[in-house]
Design a protein around this ligand. Structure first.
Ligand code: ADP
Ligand code: MG
Length: 940
């Protein structure tokens, strides 16, 4: 059997978009076939039917009406699918044989621009990632097709930096090289939900330079590296191929350097809940939630960017702070400003629509109404003197020429469809006016016809009407038919109770009216396109104005939160000191009952108060305190006032947080190894300008291991000159408080609690000195554990304490412990892993030896040092224990389990084999699984 011609056409089109769901236009429907139909029917809950296609079996099919396509498309895009829209390219009634069809647009998660379905306050980024291991280089490019935002940067071949940058933008789609390592892809997938589009090497190579030069008039391509050009050019080409329209609004090539902004790694972003809460992943409960009081969509997106990218340049931070201060001191003007901002639509996305030619007349009116407010905003800006505001005033383009054009040309409330007329204002175009008059005149004539015919015929119920099939007619009820003068009317249609007639004059007038109407519609569309094209010439000017409005809106938002929440202006310094008086946690203070948050001070620097060991019972407020310090620093570097009475903040270059394994509930994979991986990342990357928060590090393993590691990490941070940075270390290992006085810079603090009888009350005040008790049982009591259990627990505790003849004598080994002094340490697990991989890859035995040496080198430093130290410490601790041999054995297994990643792999493999459900597998699946397992076993 042969395929039907339509199916042949379908399959040909499908060949060009195999990774997309093909929406194939048939009349008023988009139909999907075969696998696409199966996916779409499941995802969109559509009925799956079939269609004869010339083969034995009917082709699975489902469809949606074309006018409802947008919402279906948005649902599929949100689920990460790509959709190719195939339209009829000629009028079916005019074509012979099968109608020509072709793909007019490909909609992908990263290039989706339908603003009715996009989140208003969030950019929708597509990213291109290009990595070259041999050259140790990576290029990254991020673009938002709906707004024209285009950013790119370069770094070394360092996955952790790449992941941090990705989590900053959280793109919806990533373009990658065909042969990019699966491991890299997996690491990205672990962090964000994203669609990957693999592109062949030639896609990144061919003509990329020309594409960039053409898109960005003032970019000199010879100033950028080849890899960056490949990356950006690849992205541009992909967007062009999918959108199939002009991209005039992507005109600013924003090349930035990662080190220009405060570096916050992806885990810390998550832990500090900058833009979404840990648990619910919602804006509520995040820093953004507290800080976003913007009035425009553009401002909302900009503020999110400010939070994702706090500054490190003192002058720029100061400028924002001064502007906020000035706004705050002009409250009534600020009120006017907010009111004006509320009236401004999303100019950025409107401009995107103009550029992609999808804008309608109504949206042009939104643009006009927004521009109308600009002179007023400029006027308000004129009242301010501070640097940023003065610059904005100076450079704000009021776009009045565009306002004038739109005001003259487009009706105040035009039709939504651009092909129905009712768009152009009277007085803008003579011809339009003439057609309008002709149309109106004809309608008047027809309106008077009813009266004159009634008079002539004497039929009072005579009516003049219109329908689409017969046009204008005169309707006379059956009972009056006799009264019609002979030969006056021509019969046209018979109804149950009436007859419809026409006259030659009526038809003549009808032609005039309909002719005028058709011409009018076409002409109005033509003029609309001219107006749109004229406006499109000024895309870059409108974007600049939009950007200024967005930034002004952000500053206004910062002023609002400062006033509403009683924040103070931080003093920005460069002396490595963070000194906060009566600081509060910006988010927690909003969530708990108003006024109940207990403020706390901090004074931390890179010398005598460098590493604060914070102890205190569970639930006392240690984590909250540490996060509040980080958030206040971040807010200050955004240029915001901060929740405190007074603050002196030295600009940090990087902020790291490590939240102990068992606190890290949200990720669901809080293994001890992940914890160590992150700690090693911190130790490798922190500088003495960084801020480190370590929350219960070591908690994910046995007490002795954990304590030893925590101990060694503290020493490493304090003794290593490259590090020696502001560090907060919350821990339940009271033993760590012994380090004060031994290690320079270590100071003990604790969160105070008050004992009342056998109960405790949390005071939440940070005080000098370590906590003397852990109050675990009291906290358990607060949590409502049965009295019997509490009594028994106390009993056991007493017994253990009394019998502790083998008590650990920490002092004994603090004195003998040798601090780490090696400065140039490096303990990146990636590096170790890379080295390990390269050992596996070496064919030549000589090279293998060198690689092995390298591996040993890389492991022998830092993390290995930490590991070694933890071993030394552990042995010392163990030697004080009666059950020495037994515990040592257990701890050794434990340690080797945690430290030897190969073993973990083995463990996983064994687990996987144990879990194979052989009875529910086909022989083929079983064979494939076995093959996979053998392959994996060989790599161990
Ligand atoms: P820890 O880390 O010591 O176990 P958390 O920082 O998680 O304690 O704090 C536990 C709870 O105590 C928080 O969820 C918060 O509601 C409350 N809390 C913490 N700090 C304060 C404070 N300074 N003022 C008021 N409530 C606080
Ligand atoms: Mg905690």
């Amino acid at each position: 059997m042969a395929l039907t011609p339509m199916m042949q056409q379908y399959l040909e089109v499908k060949e060009d978009c195999r990774d997309c769901i093909l929406f194939f236009r048939l009349g008023d429907f988009y139909e999907m076939f075969f696998e696409d139909a199966e996916i779409a029917s499941k995802e969109l809950e559509l009925v799956l039917t079939g269609r004869e296609c010339g083969l034995d079996k009917r082709a699975p099919m489902c469809g949606i009406p074309f006018h409802a396509a947008n919402s279906y498309i948005s649902r599929l895009v949100n689920k990460g699918y790509k959709i190719a829209i195939c339209e009829q390219l000629e009028d079916p009634s005019a074509s012979k044989g099968i109608v020509r069809r072709g793909i007019v647009k490909v909609i992908t998660p990263g290039t989706y621009t339908d603003s009715s379905f996009l989140e208003e306050n969030k950019n929708n980024y597509i990213m291109s990632l290009y990595m070259e291991k041999e050259k140790n280089m990576t290029a990254l490019c991020f673009a938002d097709v709906s707004t024209g935002d285009f950013n790119c940067t370069e770094t070394s071949f360092d996955l952790s930096v790449v992941l941090d940058e990705i989590s900053k933008y959280s793109p919806k789609e990533i373009l990658i090289q065909e042969n990019l390592d699966d491991e890299i892809i997996e690491s990205i997938k672990e962090r964000i939900q994203v669609t990957f589009s693999r592109l062949g090497e030639e896609f990144f190579l061919a003509k990329t330079e020309e594409v960039i030069a053409k898109q960005f008039a003032n970019v000199k391509t010879n100033e950028y590296s080849a890899i960056l050009l490949k990356c950006c050019g690849g992205l541009l080409k992909y967007v062009m191929e999918t959108q199939k329209t002009s991209l005039n609004h992507i005109n600013e090539f924003n090349y930035y350097s990662i080190v220009d902004y405060l570096s916050i790694d992806s885990n810390s972003r998550r832990n500090l809940e900058l833009t979404e809460s840990l648990r619910e992943k919602s804006k509520k409960g995040s820093l953004l939630w507290v800080m976003d009081k913007t009035n425009t969509a553009m401002g909302g997106r900009q503020l999110r960017k400010w939070i994702e990218q706090p500054l490190i340049d003192k002058t720029s931070i100061q400028k924002r702070l001064d502007s906020v201060e000035e706004i705050l001191s002009n409250m009534s003007i600020h009120e006017d400003l907010k009111d004006a901002l509320k009236e401004i639509y999303d100019i950025e996305r409107l401009v995107g629509k103009i550029s992609s030619k999808s804008v309608n007349a109504k949206e042009l009116i939104f643009l006009k109404n927004s521009i109308e407010k600009i002179p007023y905003v400029k006027n308000i800006l004129g009242f301010f003197q501070s640097g940023l505001m003065a610059d904005m005033y100076e450079n704000l383009d009021e776009l009045q020429d565009i306002y004038k054009l739109l005001d003259e040309a487009i009706l105040e409330s035009p039709s939504i469809s651009v092909k129905e007329g009712n768009i152009i204002k009277e007085g803008y175009n003579k011809e339009v006016d003439e057609f309008k008059i002709a149309k109106a005149h004809g309608k008047e004539w027809i309106a008077s016809l009813e009266n004159s015919e009634r008079e002539i015929t004497g039929i009072k119920s005579l009516k003049v009407g219109y329908n689409k099939v017969f046009g204008y007619y005169i309707e006379i009820t059956k009972s009056n038919l006799n009264s019609i003068p002979e030969g006056r009317y021509i019969r046209k249609q018979t109804l149950a109770n009436a007859e419809r007639f026409i006259t030659p004059e009526l038809k003549e007038m009808e032609e005039k009216i309909l002719g005028a109407e058709e011409k009018l519609i076409n002409l109005e569309y033509e003029i609309f396109v001219q107006v749109r094209e004229e406006v499109e010439k000024h895309v870059d000017r409108m974007q600049k104005t939009a950007k200024t409005i967005a930034e002004l809106d952000c500053l206004s938002s910062l002023a609002v939160i400062a006033l509403e929440n009683n924040y103070c202006k931080p003093k920005i310094t460069n002396n490595e000191e963070v000194c906060i008086e009566e600081g509060r946690h910006p988010v927690v203070e909003k969530i708990i009952p108003s006024g109940s948050f207990v403020s706390n001070n901090i004074n931390i620097n890179a010398s005598d108060e460098q590493l604060l060991v914070i102890t205190g019972p569970n639930m006392a407020g240690k984590s909250t305190y540490m996060r509040q310090v980080a958030l206040i620093v971040i807010m200050a570097q955004i240029g915001s006032f901060v929740p405190a009475k007074a603050a002196k903040i030295s600009v940090c270059d990087k902020i790291f947080t490590r939240i102990g394994a068992s606190d890290d509930l949200a990720s669901g994979k809080s293994t001890f190894m992940v914890e160590m991986w992150e700690v090693s990342n911190i130790l490798k990357n922190a500088t003495n300008k960084s801020l480190i928060l370590l929350d219960e590090v070591g908690r994910g393993t046995s007490t002795y291991d954990g304590l030893s590691i925590a101990w060694a990490v503290v020493e490493y941070i304090c003794n290593n000159k490259r590090l020696k940075c502001k560090t907060l270390f919350a821990t339940h290992y009271h033993e760590l408080t012994k380090l004060e006085g031994i290690l320079e810079g270590v100071k003990n603090y604790s969160v105070s609690v008050k004992e009342i009888g056998s109960d405790i009350v949390f005071l939440r005040k940070i005080i000098r000195g370590g906590a003397d008790q852990s109050y675990g049982i009291e906290v358990a009591k607060l949590a409502g554990l049965p009295d019997e259990v509490i009594r028994r627990a106390k009993d056991i505790l007493n017994r253990i304490e009394n019998e502790s003849a083998n008590d650990i004598n920490i002092d004994q080994f603090t004195k003998t412990n040798t601090p780490i002094t090696k400065e140039d340490s490096n303990c990146d697990l990636y590096l170790n892993r890379d080295a390990a991989i390269s050992v596996n890859e070496q064919e030549d035995s000589k090279e293998k030896e060198i690689a092995l040496d390298k591996l040993e080198d890389s492991q022998s430093i830092s993390l290995d040092q930490v590991k070694k130290d933890s071993l030394i410490n552990k042995e010392k601790l163990m030697s004080l224990d009666t059950n020495f041999e037994e515990k040592k054995k257990a701890a050794d297994t434990n340690l080797s389990l945690q430290m030897d990643f190969g073993d973990i792999e083995k463990e996983n493999l064994i687990k996987e084999i144990t879990n194979i459900d052989i009875l529910n597998m086909t022989p083929m699946d079983g064979f494939n699984k076995l093959y996979e397992l053998i392959k994996r076993a060989k790599t161990l």
